[in-house]
Design a protein around this ligand. Structure first.
Ligand code: ATP
Ligand code: MG
Length: 290
């Protein structure tokens, strides 16, 4: 399947372009109201496409989100899910790995959460944490108890290769993959943390750890850029969505999901000749009931 075109699609070869790495909507984007309206339209269309995907029951769609804290992962996932039949969609969040998860290779825990055929699966964080937070904090590797014979410089390219092959395998076996990086700026993250401190109903979202992680901003950006460049491929494209304006961000994400589903052309199964004959018989049985 051909990836959906978007100015935010990360190229499959070469370096990320500054134009792909913007935090803000373009000058000619509709205002917040216009974006909300456009999002509503996308969501209406998602519903029918998802029903067909479910009825067809042959392929699945994996949608994965990565972002710095407060970029809006949760609210984007909520927005996209509205209007989709909950039985056809599964969301999984991946936090610090458990002891059991650390006893396995780094692709193990997410593998069990992959969407079944006919379903949409959403990953809130993913195996990509292994080349992002773990790259920023290589001390986390100690808990993984793996040998790193060639040193850290070789570990990240090896992980990229594992991920590329893994995603290729999934795509060759019926899983369509979409990856979103919600690209918030450091200044906007600060504003959002401040409003979490200032507004009582947002206090619960505030975490001291998030402010500590922010001190590693440049290392995170380096890790993101390297990861996106190494793992955006036609079978598993990355989209770097500007995240400083939430309505615009949600609309862009929904649009790419809707277009991807359209490109998949999911179809309701058609009755074959035998089935059509049996249907005619059953219709007669029902019609003959008094
Ligand atoms: P929220 O939006 O509610 O804050 P969250 O996804 O940030 O949700 P937290 O519990 O705040 O959830 O943070 C989860 C933490 O787990 C993140 O800092 C993330 O980087 C970390 N994490 C996820 N996967 C791994 C991993 N494989 N190794 C180490 N840390 C991980
Ligand atoms: Mg958090």
């Amino acid at each position: 399947m051909k990836p959906v075109m978007s100015p935010y699609l990360v190229p499959f070869k070469g370096r990320l372009k500054p134009s792909t790495l913007t935090n803000e909507p373009p000058g000619d984007a509709p205002g917040k109201k216009g974006c909300r309206k456009a999002l509503g339209k996308e969501i209406d269309r998602l519903d029918e496409l998802q029903r067909r995907l479910y009825a067809e029951d042959r392929r699945s769609l994996l949608i994965l989100f990565q972002a710095m804290d407060a970029a809006g992962k949760d609210s984007t996932i909520r927005a996209v899910m509205t209007g989709i039949d909950p039985s056809g969609c599964q969301v999984f969040s991946f936090k610090q790995p458990s002891k059991e998860e650390l006893d396995h290779d780094f692709l193990w825990r997410t593998t069990q959460a992959l969407p079944e055929r006919g379903r949409i699966g959403i990953f809130n964080r993913s195996y990509y944490e292994e080349t992002l937070v773990v790259r920023v904090h290589p001390e986390y590797l100690e808990a993984q108890r793996i040998d790193i014979p060639d040193g850290l410089d070789q570990l990240w390219p090896q992980r990229f290769e594992s991920i590329r092959q893994y995603e290729r395998h999934l795509s060759e076996n019926g899983t369509v993959i979409l990856k979103f990086w919600l690209n918030v700026s450091k200044g906007e993250q600060r504003n959002r943390f401040l409003s979490r401190l200032d507004e009582a109903r947002k206090n619960w979202k505030f975490s001291i750890k998030d402010v500590e992680e922010r001190q590693h901003w440049d290392s995170y950006m380096h890790a993101y850029h390297q990861t996106l460049e190494a793992t955006s491929r036609p079978w598993a494209p990355w989209y770097a969505i500007p995240a400083d304006d939430k309505p615009y961000m949600r609309w862009q994400v929904a649009r790419i999901i809707r277009k991807t589903l359209e490109g998949m052309e999911p179809r309701y199964p058609q009755a074959d000749q035998d089935e059509a004959k049996r249907f005619a018989e059953m219709r007669q049985v029902l019609n003959n009931e008094s």
